[in-house]
Ligand binder design. Structure first.
Ligand SMILES: CC(C)(COP(=O)(O)OP(=O)(O)OC[C@H]1O[C@@H](n2cnc3c(N)ncnc32)[C@H](O)[C@@H]1OP(=O)(O)O)[C@@H](O)C(=O)NCCC(=O)NCCS
Length: 184
């Protein structure tokens, strides 16, 4: 199991490389996470591709789930959150009718945000691997993620990471989402 904080060097397709530190987030990081979420949301060309996650849910996940930040020069530049395989209305297994025994083996990949100045370094794929690693250690057998049909960058990263679309339906206040699954 990887130890955090972890320092990584990643490169863009242009060859430019950058050092990042990935560490687990704590309660004290809540304001920075909310600010990053808002900044990323406000600069999206199509805001329908991202449903803002509430402060209450992020706070709960800082205490009960797995939240990681990527830092460059001590600034939070990317964030991800995975809901553990616990029984909750937030377990995505509830979206596809899983009984509780199956929810108990299912993690939900809830948020990934990358500040637009730091896109193209493959941070989303790093976050996918990191969360899957933790999920396997928790004894999870599968991971679910929801993605807006028009979110091409996120969709291609998840499909290239082995996720498959299993259903497409209205989810967040009626907004349509693909639900993707991967066996871990
Ligand atoms: C989806 C997201 C996390 C991907 O970020 P990332 O990991 O840095 O993206 P990648 O490294 O895979 O980028 C691959 C290529 O797509 C480009 N790209 C990635 N996201 C892009 C975006 N939103 N708009 C335009 N280009 C984008 C990158 O610049 C890169 O281009 P290149 O190959 O020409 O260098 C990021 O776009 C984002 O935060 N989007 C808003 C929030 C969101 O939709 N989150 C996912 C749902 S929870």
């Amino acid at each position: 199991m990887t130890e955090y904080p972890k320092t990584i060097t990643l490169s863009r397709s242009t060859g430019e490389s950058m050092d990042f530190v990935i560490r687990r987030c704590e309660e004290k990081d809540l304001d920075a996470i909310l600010a990053l979420q808002l900044a990323v949301f406000e600069q999206l060309c199509d805001q329908s591709v991202y449903a803002l996650v509430g402060e209450k849910e992020i706070h709960e996940s800082l205490l009960e789930d797995y939240c990681f930040g990527t830092y460059h020069d001590d600034e939070l530049v990317a964030f991800t959150m995975m809901i553990a395989n616990r029984i909750s209305h937030r377990n995505y297994g509830t979206y596809v009718g899983y009984p509780e025994e199956r929810q108990a083996k299912c993690v939900s990949m809830e948020i990934t945000l990358v500040d637009d100045r730091f896109r193209g370094y493959g941070l989303q794929k790093q976050f996918v691997k990191l969360r899957e690693d933790i999920a396997r250690n928790l004894g999870a057998a599968e991971a679910l993620v929801t993605i807006a049909p028009g979110n091409d960058f996120s969709l291609s990263n998840l499909i290239n990471s082995g996720y498959e679309i299993i259903e497409t339906k209205p989810l967040y206040e009626g907004a349509v989402r693909h639900i993707l699954r991967k066996q871990l």
